[in-house]
Design a protein around this ligand. Structure first.
Ligand SMILES: Cc1ncc(COP(=O)(O)O)c(C=O)c1O
Length: 541
């Protein structure tokens, strides 16, 4: 049953389910059959096909809320492009809401203050750019708010305080406490709203929104079902209705009536335009034509999940992926080179336990180590795996807090890597000072099997265990602080070899602070953008 949904050719190993799940063949087939046998029109029209599309959208909205154990009395689902779009929508609503609040007499203007957990994805970190103030927090900070009465006043700040955190880190799959929204509400933290990013969490675990009670929750459906490419924002009506109602922009489908010519502006001495918004929160936020074909596909995705995985599909997927991840983790931790040195550095939060779905999802973030303890570049591992038909993902995963928390780099280090080495998402320096700047991520999903874990471990054993000698350049890069000087051999040691700036065989000369020098052929350097060494001349790394 589990293998039936693999859409890949046999012999391929897909381990990037945190990027996207794989759609089941039956999902694609049933969706195609549906489109081939029904006429769906734009739900904003009044024709029979449009009515049909509208009815399907309403049904699927309801079914999706049920899928997340969210009662439609308390919650509303807004269809969006993806989790990032959901986050932006929340941000826009809060900005407009705070701007609409009157300034109390003898008090400061209301503000939008934003706290985000360190393990947030960039899509949430970016909110800070539009907030009036922001704070990056960790678990201990949140616990301190919850126990400290003094913070309540500070957080309220006469406006809105939004606290955003991921239900699951997309960096290494650590799961964060789902009780926080309730506890924050119970602690009486005035005007504090929680935004739970469930993009990673919802992929392999059932959600229970009736229990969790987040104010806002963002998901991407393609990460749960593989298809359709669609996202959702789920809002808790009681707490968020007034924030949503304050959103100023309106578009097609979000208003009941608009007077086109009326009004000159909202400033002093101007007359505002006139329009009336639609009543439902989803209608107020879903501007333009709904992605109705995608929503129809979501209906098929929900049904297919039941057909393939049983009455409680996400609970079954959770059990299975959790057990697989625990087995993979145990095997990785046990893997050794001949001399006893570990083969993997696996990055796990101390509070997380593989096999316990409350604290850890089915994601493994790791680096491959050589027998001498040096790390193999994570991109090199990804590329080598890809050549063998094993698909993982590597890098920082849009999770700067994960990079700092688990790899030990400070924000200052990241800045320095960027300025000095051009280290960036699309063009990463794999090792800096001999230490990895990112990880390889293997993430499991509904269709993962033990064969996938075997394939990954076999690949690493064949490729790296007791095999890969450390490159001379990497030995140099392991030195703590070095001053690297790049020169042609003409300049460096006068041998006259490799004298043009584009010559790939030129020598790089590195002088350590100790005064000791190393030189090596440029193309042996285990950093991606070695070219920059030549362009910039002198690098302090
Ligand atoms: C935890 C988390 N949040 C947010 C996102 C952004 O999701 P999307 O790209 O679907 O907007 C991702 C994507 O990988 C994620 O893993």
């Amino acid at each position: 049953m589990w293998l039936e949904i693999l859409t890949l050719d046999t012999g391929k190993t897909y381990l990037d389910h945190a990027g996207s799940q794989l759609p089941a063949k039956t999902l694609i087939n049933s969706f195609a059959a549906d489109l081939n046998s029904h006429l769906y029109g734009n739900p904003h029209s009044a024709s029979t096909p449009s009515h049909l599309a509208g009815e399907r959208v309403d049904e699927i909205r309801e079914q999706t809320l049920k899928f997340f154990n969210a009662s439609s009395e308390d919650f509303e689902l807004i269809f969006v492009a993806n989790a990032t779009a959901a986050v932006r929508l929340v941000t826009e609503c809060i900005q407009d809401y705070v701007a609409s609040l009157p300034k109390p007499m003898l008090s400061k203007k209301p503000t939008f203050s934003f706290s985000y957990h360190r393990e947030c994805h960039n899509s949430l970190v970016g909110i800070r750019e539009v907030a009036n103030s922001h704070l990056c927090v960790d678990d201990e900070d949140v616990e301190q708010w919850l126990s400290s009465g003094a913070s309540k006043k500070r957080m309220a700040n006469n406006g809105v305080h939004l606290f955003a955190y991921p239900g699951q880190s997309n960096f290494n799959g650590r799961r964060l406490p789902l009780q926080w929204p309730n506890r924050i509400r119970e602690a009486g933290m005035q005007d504090t709203y929680t935004l739970v990013d469930a993009a990673a969490l919802a992929t392999t675990t059932p959600l229970n929104l009736d229990a969790m009670q987040p104010d806002f929750l963002a998901v991407s459906f393609y990460k749960i079902f593989g298809f359709p490419d669609l996202g959702g924002l789920i809002v808790r009506k009681a707490s968020t209705a007034r924030i949503i109602a304050a959103r100023r922009y309106f578009g097609g489908g979000t208003v009941d009536v608009v007077a086109a010519q009326r009004g000159s502006g909202s400033g002093r001495g101007q007359t505002p335009g006139w329009h009336v918004k639609r009543a439902a929160l989803s209608a107020q936020l879903e501007g333009g034509t709904l992605p109705f074909h995608n929503i129809v596909a979501l209906g098929h995705a929900l049904r297919t999940h039941h057909d393939l995985y049983g009455a409680d599909p996400m609970a079954a997927i959770s059990r299975r992926t959790s057990a697989l991840a625990a087995a993979a983790y145990a095997r990785m931790m046990a893997a050794r080179h001949r001399g006893g040195a570990p083969v993997f550095a696996v990055y796990k939060d101390n509070r997380a336990v593989y096999g316990d779905p409350a604290t850890q999802g089915a994601t493994l973030a790791f680096n491959v180590l050589r027998a001498d303890g040096t790390a193999v570049g994570f991109k090199d591992v990804e590329r080598a795996a890809d050549r063998k038909g094993i698909f993982v993902r590597s890098g920082g995963h849009c999770n700067p807090g994960g990079v700092t928390s688990y790899l030990g780099w400070t924000p200052r280090d990241l800045r320095e890597m960027y300025v000095r080495m051009g280290h960036a998402c699309e063009d990463m320096v794999q090792l800096y000072l001999g230490r990895p700047t990112g990880v390889v991520r293997a993430s499991l999903g509904a269709c993962s099997t033990m064969k996938d874990i075997d394939a990954l471990l076999d690949f690493v054993r064949e490729e790296y265990v007791d095999k890969a000698p450390a490159a001379p350049a990497e030995m140099s890069l392991r030195q703590i602080v070095v001053e690297m000087e790049s020169r042609t051999l003409d300049d460096a040691d006068g041998t006259g070899e490799g004298s043009t700036a584009t010559d790939r065989s030129k020598r790089v000369m590195m002088t350590l602070r100790t005064g000791k020098s190393h030189s090596w052929l440029e193309n042996l350097l285990d950093i991606v953008n070695v070219r920059k060494v030549w362009n910039t001349g002198v690098l302090l790394i």
